[in-house]
Design a protein around this ligand. Structure first.
Ligand SMILES: Nc1ncnc2c1ncn2[C@@H]1O[C@H](COP(=O)(O)OP(=O)(O)OP(=O)(O)O)[C@@H](O)[C@H]1O
Ligand SMILES: [Mg+2]
Length: 241
């Protein structure tokens, strides 16, 4: 049972090939980690899958339906939600307001939207902050708000772009637990993350890209010991030493 399949996807920006013939598959109910050096093309891959950009070439299939070039709002209605690397809440509005706006993806009723938003916030241990203005949240809580907004659209597949960047170690551990609990509730997760400890603890499988190309794929334990991956992250010298 496949939730997402990307076949031979390429994305060019003028002369720059940010994604180069990428293939990947995520099985339903799994967490796939995507790692690679800065500028490797990770966010671009998400932008193509979530409909922000159309890929230059290739095909994307989501839960059995071809979605290549489909618009983000249609994808959201189909059950594909994403967070952004740069978070942009309505800063002068409350946490609850921000999540309620996202809930309108699934209902036209203000009452139901708000009830769903409250339930999502509680599932993320975030209910006690619902009345805080989003602009006053800590980084950790802004990341949690991003996830809450995505979850309020009731996704089958959740794309998370660096939701742990800037968190303290204990906050990272808490986020790993929250994401595993979402996976256990049946949500398939595709996650970009630079914090190795987190991605290793979280992912069922990991794909590594560099210069837009896949250079490795496997279980976290296989990736941690892969020489190409170590070179891509830490440089030749590290491997030789
Ligand atoms: N809208 C755009 N227009 C032109 N070039 C872009 C655009 N978005 C990304 N790029 C380029 O594509 C390449 C891949 O960028 P991308 O943001 O996907 O990398 P990333 O792997 O997410 O990096 P990071 O780890 O720093 O977030 C970079 O060279 C970047 O400058
Ligand atoms: Mg990025």
């Amino acid at each position: 049972m496949t939730m997402l399949q990307v076949d031979n996807m390429t994305k060019e920006f003028g002369g720059l090939r940010a994604i180069d013939s990428l293939d990947l598959t995520i099985k339903k109910g799994m967490i796939l980690g995507l790692i690679g050096p800065n500028g490797a093309g990770k966010s671009t891959a998400f932008n193509c899958i979530a409909g922000s950009f159309a890929p230059t070439r290739g095909e994307i299939t989501f839960d059995g339906t071809r979605i290549t070039g489909e618009k983000p709002w249609n994808l959201c209605k189909m059950g594909l939600a994403r967070t952004f690397q740069i978070v942009k809440p309505f800063a002068s509005k409350s946490v609850l307001y921000n999540v309620t706006v996202a809930s309108f993806a699934t209902t036209g009723s203000r009452k139901i939207a708000e009830e769903k938003a409250v339930a999502v916030l509680e599932s993320l241990n975030f209910g006690d902050k619902k009345d805080i203005l989003s602009g006053n949240l800590t980084i950790a809580d802004r990341k949690r708000l991003e996830i809450a907004k995505a979850l309020a659209t009731e996704p089958k597949l959740l794309l998370l772009d660096e939701v742990m960047a800037g968190l303290r170690p204990n906050e990272v551990d808490e986020m790993v637990d929250i994401l595993k609990a979402l996976r256990d509730r049946g949500i398939t997760i595709f996650v970009i993350e630079h914090i190795m400890r987190a991605i290793m603890a979280l992912s069922d499988r990991i794909v590594v890209i560099q210069f837009g190309k896949k250079i490795a794929e496997g279980l976290p334990s296989e990736i941690a010991n892969n020489e190409k991956v170590i070179k891509a992250y830490l440089g030749e010298d590290y491997v030789v030493a």
